[in-house]
Unconditional design. Structure first.
Length: 427
């Protein structure tokens, strides 16, 4: 049996499906209002999350629309959505003076049959709809996106949000010229961060559960010129990418063999911790876990992260994990995103990487955990490249502290399968 989609069910991280759909609705509403009136006043509009429903759009205290979000695997039938549909029908009755619509959002298209060919035909035949007065039952709808589809998966939600940001700027550039795709992406990440922070404050009881996010708070990000990117852009981008890769890992039945996520595995606990850490801290963790780092793109290699780092997080005992995201059992082990066959180039890049100096000096690390690569001697392996000589290796270490140099030269790269028993075993 296909397991539940972990990333959309477990929590509200920057890459969780429910949060992205909510953000898409906010941006679509802003865009549609601007199309009719560029001077539209959004001061009374807000997004409410996890209160009346998964999320709601409000004008003052009045609910304009309420939304249930469900992410499932393929081949879902309309009957699989009985519970959220029934919940929406009941909720409509409890909201005073509700004249809007209650929407169901789904990540994959519904597999209808000959008797029930559409959502509207299901409404006509289903007992729950017949039980409620027409004025309520007609308000429940399957949400249709601007693509004219009635489903939207996680990847598509990312792209739709980016498109809506661009469309809003096409209508109102907020006196900012020369906008680029990178600037749109930066705003998208800032909006994800806004949602993350809001949900975290609710869970930590810093704000009330029904405190909404004002639309004007969203629009404030559009008024800033992000032409010159700060380090924060990189930090946010890496954090969101890692959380997205965790969700992809958990969605793969060959990598994660649980039939459904019970939210108690070692990787789930790490995901929750990463969600709550500042983006700068997550960036530092991933940078340390990329001992072969040369450029920013190295931190966003999908296969390396999934089969290297995230696989280690999933299979290594969470109790052995340190605050710095190393693993400790008598000595320290550094989980990494190293995966593949190019061991000679990896050895060279590890020796050159000055980012390793600080963490190697602080901890007695002699083992880097890889997916499938084994390197017992970094210097010998690197010198199998014609471009690397003993003199060349010495140049890698110019202006570096002797204590760090000695430790880095002694590092070994060991596959996860060869080392996990030693890490997970008794003290």
């Amino acid at each position: 049996m296909a397991k539940e989609a972990h990333s959309a069910v477990s929590s509200w991280s920057g890459y969780v499906y429910q949060g992205k759909i909510a953000l898409y609705l906010v941006l679509r509403t802003i865009k549609e209002k601007y199309e009719n009136n560029l001077s539209f006043d959004f001061s009374n509009y807000s997004l409410e999350v996890e209160w009346q429903e998964d999320f709601s759009i409000k004008e003052g205290k009045k609910y304009l629309s309420i939304h249930q979000v469900k992410a499932h695997q393929d081949d879902m039938k309309i009957t699989d959505y009985k519970k959220p549909i029934k919940g929406l029908l009941h909720k409509i009755q409890t909201l005073y003076d509700f004249n809007g619509y209650a929407y169901l959002h789904i990540s994959t298209s519904i597999n209808y049959n000959r008797k029930t060919t559409s959502f509207s035909s299901y409404q006509k035949k289903n007992f729950y709809f017949k039980f409620f007065p027409l004025k309520y039952s007609k308000k429940v709808k399957l949400y249709k996106y601007c693509t004219d589809n009635d489903s939207c998966d996680l990847d598509e939600a990312d792209q739709l949000i980016l498109k809506k940001i661009e469309e809003i700027y096409q209508l109102n550039n907020f006196d900012i010229e020369s906008l680029t795709l990178e600037q749109y992406e930066y705003i998208r990440f800032k909006l994800y961060q806004l949602l993350d922070t809001h949900i975290l404050k609710i869970h930590q009881k810093q704000i009330k559960k029904d405190d909404p996010i004002p639309f004007n708070e969203v629009l404030d990000f559009f008024k800033n010129n992000y032409e010159e990117y700060s380090e924060e852009y990189k930090h946010i981008k890496v954090k969101n990418f890692v959380l997205f890769m965790i969700s992809k890992y958990c969605d793969d039945e060959e990598l994660c063999t649980e039939s459904e996520c019970k939210n108690d595995c070692w990787l789930y606990k790490i995901e929750r911790d990463l969600e709550q850490l500042p983006a700068k801290e997550v960036y530092k963790i991933v940078l340390n876990a990329t001992p072969h780092y040369e450029k920013f793109e190295d931190l966003q290699q999908e296969d390396n992260l999934i089969y290297g780092l995230i696989k280690s997080y999933h299979q290594l005992d969470e109790k052995r994990r340190t605050q710095e995201y190393l693993y400790e059992n008598k000595k320290y082990f550094l989980p990494s995103s190293i995966s593949g066959k190019n061991d000679k180039d990896i050895a060279k890049r590890i020796l050159k990487n000055k980012n390793l100096d600080a963490i190697v000096k602080q901890f007695e690390i002699d083992t880097i955990i890889s997916d499938d690569m084994k390197i017992e001697n970094l210097e010998q392996k690197a010198q199998k490249l014609r471009s690397v000589t003993g003199e060349g290796i010495n140049k890698f270490f110019e202006n570096r502290e002797e204590s760090a140099i000695a430790k880095i030269k002694n590092l070994q790269v060991i596959p996860l399968d060869d080392i996990k028993e030693e890490i997970n075993g008794a003290d």
